[in-house]
Ligand binder design. Sequence first.
Ligand SMILES: NC(=O)c1ccc[n+]([C@@H]2O[C@H](COP(=O)([O-])OP(=O)(O)OC[C@H]3O[C@@H](n4cnc5c(N)ncnc54)[C@H](OP(=O)(O)O)[C@@H]3O)[C@@H](O)[C@H]2O)c1
Length: 252
Amino acid sequence: MTEELQKKAALVTGASSGIGEAAVRALRADGWTVFAVARRAERLAALERDTGAVAIPADIAEDDDVSRLLAQVTGAGGIDTLINIAGGARGADKVGDATTEDWEWMYRVNVLGTMKLTRAFLPMLRATGEGTVLNLTSTAGLEAYEGGGGYNAAKFGQHALTNALRLEEADHNVRVIEVAPGLVQTEEFALNRLGDAQAAGKVYQGVEKPLTAEDVADVVRYAVTLPHHVNLDQIVIRPVAQAGTHKLIRKS
Ligand SMILES: NC(=O)c1ccc[n+]([C@@H]2O[C@H](COP(=O)([O-])OP(=O)(O)OC[C@H]3O[C@@H](n4cnc5c(N)ncnc54)[C@H](OP(=O)(O)O)[C@@H]3O)[C@@H](O)[C@H]2O)c1
């Protein structure tokens, strides 16, 4: 199996929008082979036409989809790098008012989705001799905030999974990187979380320069391109205007 597996070949989840899409573009610009994964097929097809990435529509938390994905990627030469970006938040309720469906959605995609993809692809990553897993968590996975409980719980969970994985896989020479961004202005994240454009707009209101998807994608590309023995365990990236979770400078 080892000779057959491609190097500089990545599977990127969350590729239909925001940070995942930007990561696909950044890696393709550097000549990587990229498999682009998300649920919305038409958006992936456009990205495929634009970049030459291979689009594979799939729900990362569905076992059948993950099996199909593994078979397709194996048939297309395999990967040495798995980049788990798919995820997100639903709602901003306090714990006392929590909506069970929102909490289940967040746990399912951020934690179980990351676990299922990683579990499926680990044998392949080990077989390359120099595998990499990069998990896109959040500063919400490092520090809780009011109204963040469900997203905090999911991202803390994904962060913990990442730390355990690094300890477990070092013996297989698989490096495990965590990228934890603060405020990133993407088209859909806050909209999906809060449900309407006005509420979503307020998240970024008056913040002169929030991070962009491209800022984070650049860091992802850098981390997975370093010589393989260099493991950036955890990268926290925030805009200057956000010196901490509870300190966000708004000019208006
Ligand atoms: N924006 C921020 O401020 C921020 C800050 C820190 C961390 N993050 C994290 O960064 C990641 C990307 O966020 P973003 O801002 O780029 O958000 P986004 O634009 O909403 O992107 C989320 C991506 O995840 C995919 N996705 C969701 N559920 C999926 C599922 N079950 N199976 C496959 N794909 C799924 C979505 O595609 P489909 O809908 O087509 O499936 C989409 O491509 C998330 O993990 C988020 O938690 C975001």
